[in-house]
Design a protein around this ligand. Structure first.
Ligand code: AMP
Length: 215
C-alpha cells in the first residue's frame, strides 16, 4: 500500500498514521518528524530548516524533495509507505511523480483529511508533545496526569514553537495557498478520497479496510 495523507496542520495526519501503522507493515514517512529530528540533532539540514519551521513557513522544495527521494529508497519502504506532510506544494507533487516513476512504483490513494480552520486552531493551541519520546497530549482532551510530565516516559511535555496561535494562522494560510491545490491535482489523477478529519483516530484506517480495492 502506497498512500499520501494530505490535510491542514492539526487535521491529525500523525494520529491517523499511527493507527494505520499498527495494522499495516508500511513505512511512515513524516517530513515534519524528519526535520524536527534533524533540528534536535543539530545537523546541517536541521540548521537550514529551523528558521522556516519556527515561522510556520515551508522549507524550500529542493531540500524536502532530496530528503524524501533518499528516504523512499530505504528498505522499509519495500512493503509500502504512508507519506505524511509531503507533498505540500505542486512542485513537490510533480517531483514525487518523477521519483516514483524512476523507482517503478505508483501511488494507490491520496487521502484528504478535511477540517475547519477554527477546529484546527483549537486543536493545536492545546496540543502538547513529549520532548523525549514524542507522545502527543492535549490540555483539554488528553492531558498528562502530572502537568508538563510525560505519562509514558517521564520526559518534559511542551508546546511546539509552531503551535502558537499566530504561527498556526500562518501555517493555515500556507496550507490553503500552497497545499490545497494538490487536492485538485490528485483528483485529476483519480486517486483522491476525502475523509472527515473529526471522525476519530481510526477514520482513515476504517476507510482503508472498507475500500480494500483502492489500496
Ligand atoms: P508538520 O509536522 O508536518 O506540520 O511540519 C512542520 C514544519 O516542517 C512545517 O510547518 C514546515 O516548516 C516543515 N515541513 C514539513 N514538511 C514539509 C514539506 N513537505 N515541505 C516544506 N516544508 C515542510
Amino acid at each position: 500500500m502506497r498512500i499520501i495523507l494530505i490535510g491542514a496542520p492539526g487535521a491529525g495526519k500523525g494520529t491517523q498514521a499511527e493507527s494505520i501503522k499498527a495494522k499495516y507493515p508500511i513505512a511512515h514517512i513524516s517530513t515534519g518528524d524528519i526535520l524536527r529530528a534533524n533540528v534536535k540533532a543539530g545537523t546541517e539540514l536541521g540548521k537550514n530548516a529551523k528558521g522556516y519551521m519556527d515561522a510556520g513557513k515551508l522549507v524550500p522544495d529542493e531540500i524536502i524533495i532530496a530528503m524524501v527521494e533518499s528516504r523512499l529508497q530505504e528498505a522499509d519502504c519495500k512493503s509500502g509507505f504512508l507519506l505524511d506532510g509531503f507533498p505540500r506544494t505542486t512542485p513537490q507533487a510533480e517531483a514525487l511523480d518523477v521519483i516514483l516513476k524512476k523507482l517503478g512504483i505508483a501511488l494507490d490513494a491520496v487521502i484528504d483529511l478535511a477540517i475547519d480552520d477554527e477546529v484546527v486552531v483549537q486543536r493545536l493551541t492545546t496540543r502538547r508533545g513529549c520532548k523525549s519520546c514524542g507522545a502527543i497530549y492535549n490540555t483539554l482532551f488528553n492531558p498528562t496526569k502530572v502537568e508538563g510530565v510525560c505519562d509514558k516516559c517521564g520526559g518534559e511535555v511542551i508546546q511546539r514553537d509552531d503551535d502558537k496561535e499566530s504561527v498556526i494562522r500562518n501555517r493555515l494560510s500556507v496550507f490553503h495557498e500552497q497545499t490545497a491545490p494538490l487536492i485538485e491535482y490528485y483528483r485529476k489523477q483519480g486517486l483522491l478520497h476525502t475523509i472527515d478529519a473529526t471522525g476519530g483516530k481510526d477514520a482513515v484506517l476504517n476507510f482503508l479496510e472498507k475500500e480494500k480495492g483502492c489500496c
